[in-house]
Write a new protein. Structure first.
Ligand code: PEP
Ligand code: MG
Length: 575
């Protein structure tokens, strides 16, 4: 009988094939103490040097073979491994002073670092525990002389089943032949989440020990369901869904390269949201006409020290060069609140989402902000850069942030660094900003509506809190009215209004947003072509009339009723 597991979807699509269980390495340190600690120290140094050399080569290989994300993560691991203060010295001390054998010492020190990461309040930081774990494994394998199994050649249609996959694992794997991934650990932002989305491999996590080698496995990355050894009927149904999805994908593929337009030719942009510099290429391949949101947090999140100006400049430049003259909106640092960065200790707050977050933090920690602004301005010479400030609630904040940008510009000019004038926009994600959008529009070059936060602040319903989920919806008239106010103010002031929250990718809401005047929609790259196809089916005039009707609604139900009626008519027109 088939076994069906509900997990967490981390990469969309439908995968089907034969399970290959990735072995769990036994890395137990032996109990005996070394007789001669000095001798053990020497052995450790040899093992450490070999592991470092090995990781260095792997970073290089990742840069050549895969680029981007893998190389960045492995590079961060190399930095951790080379950390004298946190890694090297404590291990040597444990061997010298406590008489531990090298495997025990490695396990103790790196195990401690893993635990520290695991206890972090922020989900992203917790996921970085995987990187520290990877470094621990790498050193222990050397110390214990364990060689991992070879996955460099896999049969087509392999479904990888693993506890977790780290960058060191995936770099050695034949991912081109992998049709699906099922892990027990990991999450949306974990390595396996990022790599599987980048490579378009359907993946589900949160399913422990789902299958054995050779089992037939169906991975439903749309619903987060994993089916092991399905019966004939389940198999046939899944195959049919795969065929339909494939046909739809092929049909939609023409929308990868055509410009974004309504049926009657009103033009706009459909862009990609990215979370690391390396994802720019995937967005471009998915049909992005630009980057509507680069969340710059990735540079700060898993680093022991704040990224310096040069590191940031190189990352921004990489995105701009990849996008080759297409618009790129880089959002300045949005941390604080629930997102902590290790290099910047922050005070605990009772209500972090209402606390010192994003632009509020940057205006307080001026040096932190100054470094980022300088890096951005320098990168501005390499493409069509636009800078965006997050969480603006007052005109004063916008003016202060712009003044700091101007100071940074003058500073660079005095140093003889060429800088171009860069358009400056804001995220409209706090209701206060939507309410004074007319005033902000006089001083901002563009808006981008952040629906993820706008909904939570409008409805006073925390994003991701299941107990208030019923309130958190982009279909709520209060949210829709704020979006209309923002887009209307932008239109009257003659500036571009975009949207980069999750709602931008909702095909039902797209015509409403268009009708309100939103002309740039930015979303996960995987949603781009479908959205472009939806837009191509709507006449601009119908979008405006739909928006008008929706703005008269007093409840979410009324909005949904109107949409159900309109979609019926729209579908009838297409037939
Ligand atoms: C938003 O709030 O809609 C947004 C895009 O920002 P983030 O999800 O990064 O807070
Ligand atoms: Mg936001």
């Amino acid at each position: 009988m088939a076994l069906i597991y509900q997990g967490t979807k981390i990469s969309p699509g439908l995968g089907m094939g034969q399970a290959r269980v990735v072995e769990k390495l036994r890395l137990e340190p032996p109990a005996e103490r070394p007789r001669d600690p000095e001798q053990e120290l020497l052995r450790f140094r040899q093992c450490y040097d070999a592991a470092e050399e090995d990781l260095r080569k792997t970073v290089q290989e990742a840069q050549e073979k895969l680029g981007g994300h893998e190389a960045e993560i492995l590079d961060a691991q190399l930095t951790l491994l080379q950390d004298e203060y946190a890694v090297l010295e404590p291990i040597q001390e444990a061997i010298r002073d406590e008489g531990l054998n090298m495997a025990q010492a490695i396990d103790k020190v790196l195990g401690g670092i893993v635990e520290l990461f695991q206890q972090a309040a922020d989900e992203y930081m917790r996921l970085r525990a995987g990187d520290a774990e990877d470094v621990r494994k790498r050193l222990l394998m050397r110390a214990l002389g364990v060689t991992p199994r070879d996955y460099s050649v896999l049969p087509a249609g392999t479904i990888l089943v693993a506890e977790e996959l780290t960058p060191s694992d995936t770099i050695r794997m034949d991912l081109a032949h992998v049709s699906g991934i099922v892990t027990s650990r990991g999450g949306y932002y974990s390595h396996v989440g990022i790599i599987s989305r980048n490579l378009g491999i359907p993946s589900v996590c949160g399913v422990p020990e789902a299958a054995e080698d050779g089992d037939t496995v169906l991975v439903d990355g749309e619903k987060g369901v994993v089916t092991v050894n399905p019966d004939e009927a389940e198999l046939a149904l899944f195959s049919e869904r795969r065929r339909e999805a494939e046909a739809e994908k092929q049909q939609l593929d023409v929308f990868r390269t055509v410009p974004s337009r309504t049926l009657d030719g009103e033009a706009g942009l459909i862009c990609g949201n990215i979370g690391t510099a390396a994802e720019a290429q995937a967005a471009l391949d998915a049909g992005a006409e630009g980057i509507g949101l680069l969340r710059s947090e990735f540079l700060y999140m898993d680093q022991p020290a704040l990224p310096d100006e040069e590191t940031q400049f190189q990352a921004y430049r990489q995105v701009l060069e990849t996008m080759g003259g297409r618009p790129v909106i880089i959002r300045t640092l949005d941390v604080g609140g629930d997102k902590a960065i290790p290099a910047l200790p922050m005070e605990r707050e009772e209500n972090p989402f209402l606390g010192c977050r994003a632009i509020r933090l940057c205006l307080e920690r001026r040096e932190l902000f100054r470094v980022q602004l300088r890096a951005l301005l320098r990168a501005g010479s390499y493409g069509d850069l636009k800078i965006m400030f997050p969480m603006i609630s007052t005109l004063g904040e916008l003016r202060s942030a712009k003044a700091m940008l101007e100071e940074a510009r003058k500073e660079l000019l005095r140093e003889g660094v060429p800088v171009r004038k860069v358009p400056v926009g804001i995220m409209v994600e706090v209701p206060a900003a939507a309410v004074i959008a007319d005033c902000l529009a006089r001083e901002a070059d563009f808006f981008s509506i952040g629906t993820n936060d706008l909904i939570q602040y409008t409805m006073a319903a925390e994003r991701g809190n299941p107990s208030v989920d019923h309130l958190y919806s982009p279909y709520d008239p209060a949210v829709l009215r704020l979006i209309a106010m923002t887009a209307g103010a932008a239109e009257r002031a003659g500036i571009l209004c975009g949207m980069c929250g999750e709602a931008a990718a909702d095909p039902e809401l797209l015509p409403i947003f268009w009708g309100m005047g939103v002309r740039e929609l930015s979303m996960s790259p995987g949603a781009i072509i479908r959205s472009r196809a939806v837009l191509a089916n709507w006449r601009a005039e119908d979008c405006r009339s739909l928006a008008e009707q929706v703005l008269l609604c007093g409840s979410r139900q009324e909005v949904q009723d109107i949409l159900a009626r309109t979609n019926g008519q729209q579908n009838a027109r297409q037939v």
